[in-house]
Write a protein that binds this ligand. Structure first.
Ligand code: GH3
Ligand code: MG
Ligand code: MG
Ligand code: MG
Length: 323
């Protein structure tokens, strides 16, 4: 456990500090000279929460687990492990994005240059000036928060672009782009690939009789049940209004047929709750099922074959699986 600011006898700063000022950060200071870390901790404690760890190996554990905004690493550590810590922090997934501010005596400037090469973001030479210290620390913390924010935004937009908002399943666009990859993998590995299109029977009359919101409830509940009935490697998507596609890698027609039949039966066998009113709705589905037939077969052809099978399932009376 790292030494905390409170143990050095300082008050933790107000948590109300505003994010984009670069104040109120969590800092891990890796320094083994008591006079040095006590002074730094005292200077920083007015604006930040600061933990001190004299041992670089321990520091790496804290850094990986502690959710820090900044690592401050002394390169004047007695056992010269400061640089190694910086390089390890850069290669660990958990610490890769945490900025590093190096501190060094002027005579250790070679080490500083090396540090900058391996990804140290900024440095301070001793003796450390208070104003400069606070300014550089703030800059790193502000930058860290900003890039975190950008990374979250990118992550969110990617997720939104491939997810169906109503059901949380993948959307058609994602399925179509991913299906080509799955088909290619199946072909090169000589494994089967099954694909089914599921369509809710007489869905329009659910909307007509119980309202559009009830229809949405059914779609959401249906997606939950689909998700429960497939494996982690299977891909389920909402293909259109009340149509869904399930892609099953490493699954032949026989096994996929059993999965489809089990799902069809469970949908028909347990009515759906709708949000408004105590009434439950009977729902059935029709399924068109097919497998990838030969190497290099176009994904569009596979989908078309499944759709033709679905059409027959509808034509033959619905609530059935056709392959
Ligand atoms: P079939 O058994 O032949 O499949 O009949 P169906 O009524 O299910 O098929 P049809 O294609 O005629 O109607 C599908 C309906 O699904 C029409 C459309 O208004 C409704 N729908 C499409 N998307 C949504 C949605 O997001 N929410 C709701 N509530 N309804 C939707
Ligand atoms: Mg239809
Ligand atoms: Mg339908
Ligand atoms: Mg339809």
């Amino acid at each position: 456990r790292a030494i905390t600011s409170l143990e050095i006898g300082m008050q933790a700063p107000e948590r109300s500090a505003v994010a984009d000022t670069g104040k109120g950060g969590r800092i891990l200071l890796v320094d083994d000279r008591q006079s040095s870390y006590e002074r730094l901790a005292t200077l920083l404690a007015a604006e930040h929460t600061i933990d001190v760890e004299p041992n670089p190996t321990e520091a790496l554990f804290h850094a990986a687990e502690g959710n820090y905004d900044l690592l401050m690493v002394s390169l004047d550590l007695n056992n010269f492990d400061g640089l190694r810590l910086c390089s390890q922090a850069r290669s660990l997934e958990r610490t890769r994005h945490v900025p590093i501010l190096a501190i060094a005596d002027p005579e250790n400037s070679t080490r500083l240059l090396r540090g900058l090469e391996i990804g140290v973001n900024d440095y301070l030479l001793r003796p450390i000036d208070k104003t400069e210290l606070l300014a550089r620390v703030r800059t790193q913390i502000r930058r860290r928060r900003y890039t975190d924010h950008l990374r979250d935004n990118v992550q969110n937009s990617i997720e939104m672009a491939i997810t169906d908002a109503l059901t949380g399943l993948h959307n058609r666009r994602y399925m179509e782009s991913h299906l080509a990859t799955l088909a290619e993998q199946a072909a090169t590995r000589g494994k089967p690939l099954a694909l089914m299109i599921l369509d809710i029977d007489f869905f329009k009359s659910i909307n007509d009789n119980y309202g559009h919101d009830a229809g949405d409830d059914v779609l959401r509940e249906f997606a939950v049940r689909v998700r429960k009935s497939i494996r982690g490697i299977d891909l389920a998507c909402r293909y259109g209004g009340e149509e869904f596609v399930i892609v099953m890698p490493e699954t032949d027609l026989h096994v996929a047929g059993m999965v489809a039949e089990r799902l069809r039966r469970s949908i028909a066998g347990e009515s759906f709750a709708i949000h408004k009113g105590a009434k439950r709705i009977e729902v059935t589905i029709s399924i068109g099922l097919t497998t990838l037939e030969q190497k290099g077969e176009a994904v569009a052809d596979v989908l078309k074959r499944a759709d033709t099978a679905l059409y027959r399932a509808k034509h033959d009376g619905r609530n059935r699986v056709v392959s």
